[in-house]
Design a protein around this ligand. Sequence first.
Ligand code: ATP
Ligand code: MG
Length: 427
Amino acid sequence: MTKGIQALRGMNDILPSSTPVWQYVEQILIDVAKRYAYQEIRFPIVEKTELFKRGVGEITDIVEKEMYSFTDRNGDSLSLRPEGTASCVRAVLQHSLLYGQTPRLWYLGPMFRHERPQKGRYRQFHQFSVEAFGIESADIDAEIIAMSARLLQDLGLREHVCLQLNSLGDRAARQAHRQALLDYLMPLKDQLDEDSQRRLTQNPLRILDSKNPQVRALLTEAPKLPDFLSSASSAHFERLCLFLDQLGIAYQLNPNLVRGLDYYTNTVFEWVTDKLGAQATVCAGGRYDNLVEQLGGKPTPAIGFSLGIERLISLLESVGQLPSASTVAQADIYVLIEGEAAQLEAMKQIDSWRDAIPKQRIRMHCGDGSFKSQFKRADKSGAKIVLILAPEELNCNAVTVKYMREDKPQHRLALAEVVAWLQTLTF
Ligand code: ATP
Ligand code: MG
């Protein structure tokens, strides 16, 4: 026998038993974005490799070792998108969305990174992201963070996550800090791991992002970025903190929070949890005031965040906040059919029932099957009500209504009354 073909490692199928949870989560994310008057944008999942090299930064984990890059038939180097911000900036520039406008956008979809697969870390994963362009003041930083807080709130996760906040300052601040960091780390070089040693010459700031406990221990005494901020950056950060206080959003200052991508400036934040082991960051974002210019546009301030949907769903699972069983049921009403005449009548009736109750899911039994096996299917579907169309019912132009999850007696209903009766259902 030939061996079946399996999916790629780290790339998951999302099965029908899980899609209701995904839809539940996605609906909440989209609803929140709409409530803040953000608009959806969609862009391709493949772009020129150059876009990510320039946008994400050459000396980042993503570009150095995580991209799915390939040469296409024309000899162009293309990559599956490892994140959305660079593509989003490319799209708004290409379509001139920044002329006299300050778009606030959201998108949701798969991202691809060649990482070592483990719980909470996959090679195809999904992000929900928002980006706001053209606004320099800290009110938009506060709005973006408030939006992320609200969606965690609406998912019932607020008490399980904590907001960490830092400012990376502007280029000058980072340069001054870089020198101080180098002066501090150079004498300790031998105690750093291989990755951090390499970063020492290429991008020392990223060492602050190291997950190695030994490196992290060395960093407690390292020079901190917040001590290097310009007065403008400090004022921006203070104003953001004031707004967050007004909003009643608690935060922890984390001077070592730098984020894994090069494009961030000033505000950076992460929502972290202690419930998911090493993969603790559920949502991460910040300001990237230089990126639009770096990708060929006029200097334009911008800010956004990305939330990992797989991690969000694991968190929902681990704290028992998954939606109730009814959302996961396959159908609300299951129609049992026996005999040729009943099947013909069912074909005629069921669509008019769907017209009458567009929000309920009606599943018609298809294929043969004894009454008993049809009932088993109905039960498995999670349906609350079974409508039976069999010769006996047809003889009196009626259906039998049977309640699957309630202790109520079954009853007959004239076919002519089914639509009106369905409309009285409240589940
Ligand atoms: P990490 O430090 O965990 O590698 P990151 O800094 O690479 O995260 P971002 O690029 O900021 O992550 O992506 C934003 C969010 O996307 C993360 O906070 C996380 O929830 C999710 N995410 C990132 N990489 C993966 C992955 N490989 N699998 C699943 N989710 C991911
Ligand atoms: Mg990463």
